[in-house]
Write a protein that binds this ligand. Structure first.
Ligand code: SFD
Ligand code: AMP
Length: 641
């Protein structure tokens, strides 16, 4: 488009995203880049201070191994993750994050994040791996350190409000990225020797529970729209665990977290008849053995037991806040003053848990006269999300660290640079890297640091600027800006600009995507259930949607971003459907249930991977073996186990 300026930025390391992983990457990259005289550029679609999943703050740090206390080992953490994901996990990746995550948490504290302490000065744990924080300003604290590291060292620069659309390639090497400013008419061409993708996961691929006036309220932040998945898929990277969506159980409608209630307050959840599904349905867990027998019970199986109650019409499910608070305060009865003090403390902890990270839940409580010490609150399974850093696992297939490989795993899990995808020069961290769940905010930051250090090593050893084909860049520019042109050309043809035979606007396009996924790919209306025929129908409909994506129209830059967010979601959806179809079993019944393959099948204790080939516009599905890195006790001292 004539009125768009092209801006070319050349750099050594390009960090895409400004969330937890990207901030970790910035801190580490700045250190190593200074030593090697390299430049680092970070690009975020929003403002780093409040971008990504941690924008509103968090109330806990969910991954802290506590190696210095000697109570837990890295091996313990790996076992916890492996069990929670029903055996499907890359132990080398999980262990690598687990052995470094504590140092990241200590940095957070040094930078000013208030972590709760008990009277002896020890961290207050929510559960075995989780620490309580006053986390309203968590992201601001972490962002400040990242910005200081990049800007004060003189090695870095930050672009905010620039939306990254997709990769630039030089043959089989990633050569950077293209995107556009969401404020000014600028088309960005970033050329880089290495690119680190950290643009989070995806929400609103499925129809959300909240619709109409509540639309946009979801557990996962609406601005993470599958850009990491799109970027890596389009670069031709092998992807893993694309079927492993995450369905969190949350306080209904405002998505308040449940972890503090279950773990810290030791609350029960009961159905409308007062029954406790975790007790009444214990036998069901045997069907999912050996993982049904482990402690803690895997997140998806906890979901599943509650879902069975809902299917039988025993809903709603309630978090018994009043019972939990009464139980804790019981010990103080008899001493009126102490009892009142404890009740006040519990009340404030309950509200603070939401005010730290899900403010809307506190508003909903206030608006509906809920006093948690008096009244239970409904909880429900949310719509599916893609978040490889939490209890889901979707992301790119990346190389593990060399020193944690055994003879057996080396061949499968290591190809030179830690956290590099199967595409040369393309690194991934946080939600962008797969099969390494339960890294959460702290582990994502730690993984960002690991990936950045490795990317700098790659640059030092491959210190050439990849070539880019100017004709291809201009073709990409035309494709990216097409929605603006389409709108300008045709908007005047109808009185209502929403309805036009020549284009589709982003909102209607998103509704179509969400309807397909909801009904055929196991969304909330389908009670998270699907089968082969439904998945094939989803693929057929996604095919039509993809054709129509060429007709997306945008009235302004904001809508242009919305258009591309939804194209990104569509590709995430396709990878998801193809992989659910490929895995012929049900392994995570509380995430999705394949009714035609209703049980776990030993032969599917493998990774289900996929790869899109940009040259042939086709998908390849493949399995990769699961191999343990814990051969014998006593080996691998680095693991602390
Ligand atoms: O408990 C582009 N998470 C929690 N982790 C914890 O440690 N404790 C908690 O208390 C947590 N809770 C929680 C959590 C998540 C959410 C959504 C809620 C509550 C409501 C998980 C962590 O937040 C999560 O693991 C990490 O944030 C993952 O880090 P990362 O870096 O992979 O993703 P990000 O932080 O969301 O950052 C993404 C960045 O990418 C940008 N971006 N930039 C340019 N172009 C594009 N096209 C882009 N698309 C996205 C974003 O702006 C952002 O900067 S609990 O309730 O579960
Ligand atoms: P949540 O608020 O659900 O995201 O939970 C925060 C942390 O606590 C995550 O690490 C969860 O896996 C964990 N968690 C939540 N509920 C339970 C539970 N009932 N049993 C064990 N772990 C839980």
């Amino acid at each position: 488009m004539a009125n768009f300026e092209d801006r070319i930025v050349e750099t050594d390391l390009l960090i895409l995203g400004g969330g937890m992983a990207a901030c970790g990457a910035a801190v580490e990259a700045a250190y190593w880049a200074k030593q090697h005289g390299l430049k680092v550029t970070l690009v975020d679609k929003a403002a780093v201070d409040r971008s990504g999943a941690v924008a509103m703050g968090l109330s806990a740090i969910n991954q802290y191994v506590g190696l210095r206390d000697g109570k837990n080992t890295v091996k313990d953490y790996v076992e916890y993750v492996r069990n929670d994901l029903m055996g499907i996990t890359r132990e080398d990746l999980v262990a690598n994050i687990a052995r470094h995550v504590d140092s990241t948490v200590h940095l957070f504290e040094k930078w000013g994040l208030p972590i709760w302490k008990d009277e002896e000065g020890n961290y207050v744990h929510e559960g075995r791996w989780q620490l309580m924080i006053n986390g309203e300003s968590y992201k601001v604290v972490v962002a400040e350190a990242a910005k200081n590291a990049l800007l004060q060292s003189g090695v870095g620069e930050i672009y905010e409000r620039v939306f990254i659309v997709g990769p630039l390639m030089d043959g089989d090497r990633c050569a950077g990225a293209v995107g556009f400013s969401v404020r000014d008419n600028i088309f960005y061409i970033f050329r880089a020797k290495a690119t680190l993708v950290a643009m989070g996961g995806a929400v609103h691929v499925f129809k959300p529970r909240s619709s109409g006036e509540g639309m946009g309220r979801a557990w996962y932040p609406p601005w993470n729209s599958g850009s990491s998945a799109y970027f890596t898929i389009k670069a031709g990277a092998e992807m893993t665990c694309q079927e492993v969506r995450f369905i969190p159980v949350r306080f209904k409608d405002a998505y308040g977290p449940v972890g503090a209630w279950f773990l810290l307050f030791k609350s029960r959840a009961t159905n409308a008849m007062g029954g406790d599904y975790m007790v009444e349905r214990r036998d069901e867990l045997e069907k999912w053995a050996p993982y049904g027998r482990v402690k803690p019970i895997p997140a998806n199986l906890r979901n599943w037991l509650g879902m069975l109650d809902i299917k039988e019409g025993k809903g709603p499910i309630y978090m018994r806040t009043e019972e939990a608070i009464a139980k804790i305060a019981e010990a103080y009865k008899g001493d009126d003053k102490a009892y009142k003090k404890k009740m006040r403390e519990l009340e404030s902890e309950a509200w603070e848990d939401f005010l730290d990270m899900t403010i809307s839940q506190a508003l909903l409580w206030a608006a509906t006269n809920v006093q948690p010490e008096e009244k239970s609150s409904e909880i429900a399974a949310a719509e599916p999300y893609f978040i490889g850093s939490h209890s889901g696992a979707s992301g790119a297939w990346v190389s593990g660290p060399e020193d944690l490989q055994t003879e057996e795993t080396r061949e499968e899990y290591f190809w030179g640079y830690t956290n590099m995808s199967t595409v040369k020069g393309l690194f991934c961290a946080g939600d962008a890297s797969g099969a390494s769940s339960h890294k959460f905010s702290s582990g994502s930051h730690a993984e960002g640091r690991i990936a950045a250090k490795s990317a700098i090593k790659f640059i030092v050893e491959n210190n050439t600027m990849p070539e880019i084909d100017q004709a291809k860049v201009m073709a990409l520019k035309a494709e990216i800006l097409r929605p603006l042109e389409l709108y300008e050309k045709h908007a005047h043809e109808t009185t209502d600009t929403e309805v036009n035979p020549n284009y589709i606007r982003w909102r209607q396009f998103m509704f179509r995507l969400q309807k397909i996924m909801d009904e055929y790919a196991g969304g909330i209306s389908a009670q998270f259930t699907t089968n082969e025929a439904m998945l094939n129908r989803a693929l057929e409909l996604l095919g039509y949607l993809k054709e129509d994506s060429e007709k997306l129209a945008a009235a302004n830059l904001h809508e242009l971003m919305r258009c591309w967010e939804n194209i990104h979601r569509m590709w995430q959806a396709e990878a998801h459907v193809r992989t659910m179809l490929f895995r012929e079993e049900t392994r995570w019944p509380g995430y999705y249930f394949r009714a035609d393959k209703p049980a776990m099948d030993e032969k599917w204790e493998v990774f289900a991977n996929c790869r899109y080939d940009p040259k042939t516009n086709s998908w390849q599905m493949l399995t990769r073996p699961i191999k343990s890195i814990f051969p014998k006790p006593g080996e691998h001292e680095l693991l602390g186990g």
